[in-house]
Design a protein. Sequence first.
Length: 302
Amino acid sequence: MTQQPTDSRGRDGGLLRIRLDVAYEGTDFSGWAAQPDQRTVQGVLQEALGRVLRCEPPRLTVAGRTDAGVHARGQVCHADVSPDAWQAVPGRSERAPGEALVRRLAGVLPSDVRVTAAAQAPEGFDARFSAIWRRYVYRVADTPYGADPLMRRQVLAYHRPVELGVMNAAAARLLGEHDFAAYCRAREGATTIRELLRFEWERDPGGIACATVEADAFCHNQVRAMVGALLHVGDGRRDVDWPATVLAGQERDPRVVVAPAHGLTMEAVGYPPEPELAQRARAARNVRRSGERRVSAETENS
């Protein structure tokens, strides 16, 4: 069922919109999105919110749905809740509702997911449609011994050394607005046109090769597919122009290997200034609907 947009005060029974900042270790989750008989971040968090707020678990809208095994440090979501439930969170304490909610959720959530901040959302805020960029980092250990055992769940142990200079040259050819169908898993009715704002590799102080990838939005498997292509450039198996050639083909190339999920972390989500939140959300919805109509027309005419 399509969720109807609301502002921060809500249109439906005077509900109040709250913003939650979330971090999770994705190893033991079947991704973000709630699924029957599966342990998911959305499912676990909604259940915990229902317990703390003493209400029917509120439905969460997220900035970006992550796949099974992908982690997050800076995920953002929102929920529309009763103002009475929100004001009742502190109980007898003098804490603000947001601070109290963070503390109480820490007592009921499992250790692999945490709400790091909670607050009433500003007017017009939509965690998904108000966002102007999402940032991910993919981490690769190309040392002979592999990944640090303490980081093995967040870092890909890669069996070949990679050269970041040629990887950055190849990544630069993917920047801008394109149809990224060649790097996306197809979803019926979903557009694959995205604007890639940043894609660059650098080594952290420990020598880990880190790819920072930023776009207005990402389609399914896009980041991991692009990383997989770039790794084959970095280890010398493909030339620097190959990822751009794949992109221009606008269809999935079986030679592109999707990098494993556990190396990927959602680091941050960006939003415009508060007065622009509602306008951004309307524009993003219109783009999404236009893309869906275009894909539908292409399907009917094919």
